[in-house]
Design a protein around this ligand. Structure first.
Ligand code: SOE
Length: 397
């Protein structure tokens, strides 16, 4: 199996003390293509010594000129407008899917069947059914698989997970998260792919909702049942070419009320109609022994409250700058207080994935696997089902 050959090659390289190369093919050169490539190029000298040396073998995109320019800009050895050209490339060990949601299923399944380890942007798929097909394919192929839920790799979020796992918060009562943006409030904003059900699968639910659904599962646990509402505020927009006006068939906002298996009660809200909110992801966990609060736009910080903190006269929420060398991932960066940003979460998640590949470790539980992507999709589908029926929906994987 190519997987064993891959490990043999890597083991050989490890024997010399050199990190093995990992040939990467990237599908997509837009926003996520840029974020992924930036991380791949930074990883070898910042996550040092690296577990692997990414080799930018090829980039694939729909537009020939755009893909050629991206290959030149980022330093990919080859480029193509057909990802199928690359699936069997012996120089490639990792297929990185940064394409739109309707381009996740087929390429990821083909890459797994070709023995490639598969990294795919969120949401994993447009529906739970598609996600399950992808999960079955990677499990059958025996390759490593990961969904790019990059917010699991914010040091403050990892620290929050460690505090919860350690029992520091005790029994969890509440999880509440919002993820708010404002970029499509203009009725004349066109029907880009994130607003088309046939391409994206859903609107804000899959785009921003998938992140807070994942963080709910990562920090608190599995949802048991939920009830939800969705809303489309602007029901018609200009087509992308501007020649017509077309109906909007995805959600602009949703709110969900969730009961978790462990008895916690949660609320999730995501909208792209929150004027003034740029990338406003805020979450709070309330436990019997204290609370933790996080805001993505201040991602180096955690606000914490401990019920039994002494002296009680000064008890209250206090702000922690999560930048000490003992904080997650900080041994790789700067002296405390020299803050990192959104882009560094991608460096951390690729490091995690490559470590799993080269040293045959599990991606779970700190990284999101295709199983997590599938469960995320089941929960998203349940939100849509509850919004349509008006009823509480049980979560069954
Ligand atoms: C747009 O809503 C977007 O780029 C999402 O697609 C990303 O997943 C999120 O991290 C930032 O906002």
């Amino acid at each position: 199996m190519s997987d064993q050959v891959g490990f043999t090659t890597m083991a050989g390289a490890r024997a010399t003390g050199e990190a093995p190369p990992l040939g990467i093919v990237l599908l997509g050169y837009a926003f996520m293509g840029k974020a992924h490539t930036n991380a791949l190029k930074k990883l070898p000298y910042m996550m040092y010594p690296p577990v692997a040396i990414p080799r930018l073998v090829a980039i694939a995109g729909r537009n020939e000129e755009g893909t050629r320019e991206a290959a030149r800009r980022y330093g990919y050895e080859k480029f193509t407008t057909d990802w199928r050209d690359l699936i069997n490339d012996p120089d490639v060990q990792v297929f990185d899917n940064g394409g739109p949601n309707n381009a996740h299923l087929e390429p990821c399944v083909a890459a797994a069947e070709a023995g490639k380890h598969v990294f795919c942007e969120k949401p994993l798929a447009r529906t739970a059914e598609e996600a399950k097909t992808m999960l079955d394919a990677v499990q059958k192929a025996g390759v490593k698989h990961m969904v790019a839920h990059n917010y699991r790799f914010v040091p403050a979020i990892v620290q929050a997970r460690r505090l919860i796992e350690s029992g520091k918060l005790g029994r969890i009562y509440h999880f509440r998260a919002v993820y708010l943006q404002e970029w499509i409030m203009d009725p004349n904003f066109p029907m880009v792919w994130r607003l088309r059900k046939d391409v994206a699968g859903s609107g804000v639910l899959g785009d921003l909702g998938s992140h807070i659904i994942d963080l709910a599962r990562f920090l608190v646990g599995e949802p048991k049942r939920l009830t939800a509402m969705t809303k489309t505020f602007i029901t018609e927009r200009p087509s992308e070419d501007g020649t017509s006006r077309v109906p909007v068939d995805v959600d602009d906002a949703f709110t969900a009320l969730i009961e978790f298996e462990n008895g916690a009660l949660g609320t999730l809200e995501a909208s792209r109609f929150a004027a003034g909110r740029k990338n406003h992801q805020v979450l709070e966990i309330n436990g019997e022994k204290g609370s933790i609060s996080f805001s993505l736009e201040r991602l180096n910080e955690l606000d914490v409250y401990w019920v039994d903190e002494e002296p009680k006269e000064t008890r209250g929420f206090h702000n922690v700058l999560v930048t000490e060398s003992y904080h997650p991932y900080w041994e790789n960066w700067w002296p405390h207080g020299h803050i990192i940003g959104w882009e560094h979460t991608f460096v951390h998640e690729f490091h995690h994935f490559f470590d799993a590949i080269v040293n045959n470790k599990d991606v779970a539980p700190y990284g999101a696997t295709f199983e997590d992507g599938y469960r995320n999709a089941v929960i998203a589908d349940a939100i849509e089902q509850s919004a349509q029926s008006g009823r509480v929906v049980d979560i069954r994987y």
